[in-house]
Design a protein around this ligand. Structure first.
Ligand code: UDX
Length: 411
């Protein structure tokens, strides 16, 4: 089959590669000419495991252009950023739908962008010559290609059985296929992300209580996770969630709910807890004017250089408002305040180091390095990634919801 993917961000690019891997001829369209030129040379605009190999292996089935080609089948994967009021900015999606109608009336259009429930139905009303389906994307950054090759499910939002079959042939998966109406597909995407955010905020609250009563939240998570009704995934307590999806999607969903005079108490609480978790880490630092803090890890999670809504950046901002000198180190994302220190440089002379992203490098920091170069060897493990040992490491160590024994990164 032939398909045209509009937008080459995370979702668009990874979807296009997946379709090419399935043997389809894919044209990728993006307004960013430089990005298209680089992609044509096999250079990816995002850091993602295996992406440049995949671009090379599938180059015969992938075309990159800034022009809108006529096509029978389009996938819309443009951004849907957050507006100042928390709602979802759909202007890019709407502009693309108009262009498709002008270029190829009668075409089939799959909405891949995350859009609020009701959007695809509205697009269908506004563009009756086009045929719309909504197929949400569940990939995670850092494991995007693997997630794309082995999705947990394929949700197809269309009431048109023939179109649903086309979508199935396009994505070719052995995962369960759920065919629903577009609005249900849209809500499924938001419900999935909100539920995961709730799980994280839930365990972060338990972590604060664990600190207060002297219990170990990692063991609590293990203990409750063994119940298959709860499940062990997404129960890692820490400095809270960030990234391009959870904060934005929760804002969009709660804002939409309010326009329908519905309050999503649990989901709003997850968001507030996530904010409070940053205050909690801040309080552990005991910030003072002139103090020097090393943030170890800036990306919103390991395996990516993505700084969007990264808790480390939000924490850095708060610390700087309090007159604290912040030095950030990240193995991939190196853009904070244009500083590009090495790990050792970041630690040198610091009063406190705070692990904000659980990169393997952070797990392997030698306690000797902390005692040698820091002003005071104090470590706050905002991702609970160091392990217990018997021997004291000589480092004042504090985690999130784990009792104050001596820790080290060596078992
Ligand atoms: C998420 C969803 O997982 C994915 O299905 C959706 O398509 C996009 O949003 P992503 O944003 O790439 O993916 O990252 P994810 O691995 O879900 O982590 C999100 C945030 O939650 C990170 O900041 C991470 O550090 C945090 N997190 C995750 C925790 O704090 N604890 C956990 O147990 C899991």
């Amino acid at each position: 089959m032939q398909a045209t993917v509009i937008g080459t961000g995370y979702v668009g690019l990874v979807t296009a590669i997946g379709l090419a891997e399935n043997g389809h001829e894919v044209t990728c369209v993006d307004l960013n000419a430089e990005r298209m030129e680089r992609l044509a040379q096999g250079i990816a605009p995002i850091t993602e495991e295996g992406i440049e190999d995949a671009l090379r292996l599938n180059r015969e089935r992938l075309t990159f252009t800034t022009d809108y080609p006529a096509s029978d089948l389009y996938l819309i994967a443009v951004g849907t950023p957050e507006r100042a009021d928390g709602s979802c900015d759909l202007s890019a999606v709407e502009a693309v739908a108009r262009l498709i109608e002008e270029t190829s009336p009668g075409a089939s259009v799959i909405v891949k962008s995350t859009v609020p429930p009701g959007t695809t139905a509205r697009l269908q009303d506004e563009h009756p010559t086009l045929r719309f389906a909504m197929v949400p994307e569940f990939l995670r950054e850092g494991t995007a290609l693997a997630d794309n090759r082995q999705p947990s499910r394929l949700i197809i939002g269309t009431t048109d059985a023939t179109f649903a079959k086309t979508v199935e042939q396009l994505f070719q998966t052995t995962a369960p296929v759920v065919v629903v109406d577009p609005t249900t597909a849209e809500l499924t995407k938001y419900a999935a992300n909100s539920f995961l955010a709730v799980k994280i905020s839930f365990i972060n609250e338990i972590a604060r209580l664990a600190d207060a009563v002297g219990a170990d939240v990692t063991e609590v998570a293990h203990g409750i996770g063994l119940d298959p009704r709860i499940g062990s995934a997404f129960l890692r307590a820490g400095a809270g969630y960030g990234g391009s999806c959870f904060p934005k999607d929760i804002a969009a969903l709660t804002t939409l709910a309010r326009t329908h005079e519905t309050t999503l108490h649990v989901i709003e609480a997850a968001d507030r807890t996530n904010e409070a978790q940053l205050d909690y880490v801040l309080a552990k630092i005991r910030p003072e004017r002139g103090m020097r803090v090393a943030l170890l890890g800036l990306a919103f999670k390991p395996g990516t250089d993505d700084l969007r809504d990264a808790p480390a950046l939000r924490l850095a901002e708060r610390l700087e408002q309090l007159g604290v000198v912040v030095v950030g180190y990240d193995p991939a994302a190196r853009t904070l305040l244009d500083q590009k220190p090495t790990l050792e440089e970041a630690l040198r002379g610091a009063d406190v180091a705070v692990i904000m992203t659980e990169w393997p490098e952070m797990k392997a920091v030698a306690p000797e390095l902390l005692t040698r170069v820091m002003q005071t060897p104090r470590l706050i493990d905002g991702r609970n990634c160091w392990q217990y040992v018997d021997a004291p490491a000589g480092v004042a160590y504090e985690a999130i919801g784990r009792p104050g024994k001596e820790f080290s990164n060596k078992r």
